[in-house]
Write a protein that binds this ligand. Structure first.
Ligand SMILES: Nc1ncnc2c1ncn2[C@@H]1O[C@H](COP(=O)(O)OP(=O)(O)O)[C@@H](O)[C@H]1O
Ligand SMILES: Nc1ccn([C@@H]2O[C@H](COP(=O)(O)OP(=O)(O)O)[C@@H](O)[C@H]2O)c(=O)n1
Length: 244
């Protein structure tokens, strides 16, 4: 892996299912020429790998036993990235409702989380871009708690359900809503992604359309960059005053 010596500017985005994390973060990354990392894809791909290996996803020890053979790759280009497990392109397969139904069981296993968090950090460090937007459930609190920008992207449950069901043709709004609610409830037992931790800015997109949400996120990033630049300038001025 090609690890850059320059640390990329990290934007951490968390939030519940269907809040717009992936689509909004991708568009923000495109506009800023940043990389993009969808961390949920790794949990989904591991669930796919466990199922393909004939493993019971409810059995934590069996899921952990799959980690050794989990050969995972994901791109960080927001204009298009593929997800691979070994030689298999699972980009589409991991979005299947069957994977959504079992992914939380895989994601609650502490050894799985430790393994994937290390992987995310190495992908972030190796990104070939001035910055990277990383989205998931625990990015602002666990994966990148020191990121210069940390955002909780939320929307009301009703809005999230209707957005998600509009994407999934062939599934009823009720069925999509029920699955989303179950997954949020299971995921909430592992990480709190419904309330913003200290220093995390909430962007509520309930009343915003897609472009307005993208603009709101870019606004938070620009404000943080400006504050950092001002702090840097003030420190520079202080050092030159102190230097005889
Ligand atoms: N502010 C918004 N207004 C309308 N639709 C949105 C908005 N944000 C996201 N969407 C749409 O909602 C759906 C779910 O978004 P997605 O990015 O997959 O959410 P998440 O990654 O949080 O699960 C997508 O079809 C996306 O285009
Ligand atoms: N940082 C993360 C990202 C995802 N996940 C798990 O992975 C699942 C799929 O994540 P996702 O980002 O694809 O889900 P959506 O929010 O897009 O529906 C979640 O339901 C969580 O169980 C996690 O535990 N931690």
């Amino acid at each position: 892996m090609n690890v850059s010596l320059v640390i990329p500017f990290v934007v951490a985005v968390d939030g519940p299912a269907g809040s717009g994390k992936s689509s909004v973060s991708k568009e923000v990354a495109r506009r800023l020429d940043f990389g993009f990392l969808d961390t949920g894809a790794a949990y989904r791909a591991l669930a796919w790998h466990a199922e393909a290996s004939g493993v019971d996803t409810d059995d934590a020890a069996s899921v952990v036993s799959c980690l050794d053979s989990f050969d995972y790759r994901i791109g960080t280009d927001p204009t298009g990235y593929a997800v691979h497990v070994g030689e298999v392109d699972v980009t589409e397969a991991i979005r299947d409702p069957q994977i959504s139904a079992v992914v939380s069981a895989v994601a609650r296993v502490p050894e799985v989380r430790r393994h994937l968090i290390e992987l995310f950090r190495s992908i972030m460090a190796a990104v070939d871009a001035p910055g990277i937007i990383v989205e998931g459930r625990d990015i602002t609190t666990v994966v990148a708690p020191d990121a210069p920008v940390r955002i909780l992207l939320t929307a009301s449950e009703a809005v999230r359900m209707s957005r998600r069901s509009a994407e999934l043709t062939g599934s009823s709004v009720e069925a999509v809503g029920e699955q989303l609610r179950k997954r949020d409830a299971a995921d909430s037992k592992v990480v709190d992604f419904m309330t913003a931790a200290d220093g995390v800015t909430t962007v509520d997109s309930t009343e915003l359309d897609f472009d307005q949400t993208v603009d709101a996120v870019i606004g938070v990033i620009r404000a943080a960059q400006l504050a950092l630049a001002q702090r840097h300038d003030a420190r520079g001025a202080q050092i030159s005053e102190e230097t005889p």
